[in-house]
Design a protein around this ligand. Structure first.
Ligand code: PBG
Length: 336
């Protein structure tokens, strides 16, 4: 493929970089609003939306302001949102999220009503709804998350989200057998057409810090392990990530995700090449915060770096990106 015999004057890479039109013409990868998924935090029992200190520009919305946010996304052409609850009704198993009148259910209904065509992704997990902050109920001696009890609850939570009108179910808890449990529960309840976006390779990452602030699901209480390393993956493991993704596909995942995003672009590329599945990246809260604070300090041109990193997710093989930048990126993309 490489002809090293071409004489030197012919080896001029800069010919195709001469001006903007030429660069546009030969561009290999394209970013559009269709690639963006906007995460929204929704706090219950509160009158005012509050900005999250560690995530400038991102708010805990109220159930009322959620309506405007969803409409704003819809107007910008963003195809999908993903909802995270900030619960005031936590208990040891996260029962609120399995109830018809609970926050998970309500925020899905509100979003669907605000903009019926936007895809509402339900993040199914328990960390936002448990008092200990773990992603499922603990085992009897509280030393770890009980995998198989979590599966039963995940099935109930997913059917609850489906009944509320969710368009996509996205399990993010990294429990073994989660996708299969959800798939069979959905099918049994008549939701066999509802797709699953599996957080297939989710790593135990330091980059989730601001999210835990935002969603109020930090660990460190007296109950359960001090971190999520017994269920989320070791950042050092690439081949294990492929096995995780394969497992979720075998269990019935329709789409897969790699999370976090930026330090894991190699994993995204490998997942895409290996499985050719619709593959998504989560540009997580810590990655968002790094850019915001670097820009605030004057160290980086915010918009340039933002569009660059979103493009790089696409170049790495992602078909879409969950990103807190979705609205501001859509604004720039819609001007082009
Ligand atoms: C909960 C969940 C987390 C994120 C999304 N869903 C946090 C965690 O696993 O601790 C992180 C998202 C982000 O940092 O933006 N399962």
């Amino acid at each position: 493929m490489h002809n090293l015999d071409i004489p030197a004057p012919e080896k001029r890479m800069r010919r195709l970089r001469a001006n903007d039109t030429m660069r546009r013409f030969i561009r290999e990868t394209h970013l559009s609003v269709n690639d963006l998924i906007y995460p929204i935090f929704v706090e219950e029992n509160t009158d005012e939306r509050v900005e999250i200190k560690s995530m400038p520009g991102v708010f805990r919305e109220t159930e009322t302001t959620l309506v405007d946010k969803v409409k704003e996304c819809d107007a910008a052409g963003i195809p999908a949102i993903i909802l995270f609850g900030v619960s005031k009704h936590k208990d040891s198993i996260g029962s609120d999220s399995m109830q018809k009148t609970g926050l998970l259910s309500r925020m899905i209904q509100i979003a669907k009503q605000a903009a019926p065509n936007i895809l509402v992704i339900a993040d199914v997990c328990f960390c936002e709804y448990t008092d200990h902050g773990h992603c499922g109920p603990l085992n009897d001696d509280s030393t770890d998350v009980d995998n198989d009890r979590t599966l039963e609850n995940l099935a109930a939570q997913s059917v609850n989200a489906a009944k509320a009108g969710a368009d996509i179910i996205a399990p993010s808890g990294m429990m073994d057998g989660g996708v299969e449990a959800i798939r069979s529960a959905l099918n049994q309840s008549g939701f066999n057409k509802l797709p699953i976006m599996a957080y297939a390779a989710k790593f135990a990452s330091g980059f989730y810090g601001p999210f835990r602030d935002a969603a109020g699901c930090s660990l460190g209480g007296s109950q359960g392990p001090k971190d999520r390393k017994t269920y989320q993956m070791d950042p050092a493991n690439r081949m294990e990530a492929l096995r995780e993704v394969e497992q979720d596909i075998l269990e019935g995942a329709d789409m897969v995700m790699v999370k976090p995003g930026l330090p894991y672009l190699d994993v995204i590329r490998e997942v895409k090449d290996t499985f050719q599945m619709p593959t998504f990246a989560y540009n997580v809260s810590g990655e968002y915060a790094m850019l915001k604070f670097a820009a605030q300090a004057g160290a980086i041109d915010h918009d340039v770096a933002m569009m660059e990193k979103l493009m790089c997710f696409k170049r790495a093989g992602a078909d879409g990106i969950i990103t807190y930048h979705a609205l501001e990126a859509a604004e720039l993309l819609n001007q082009q």
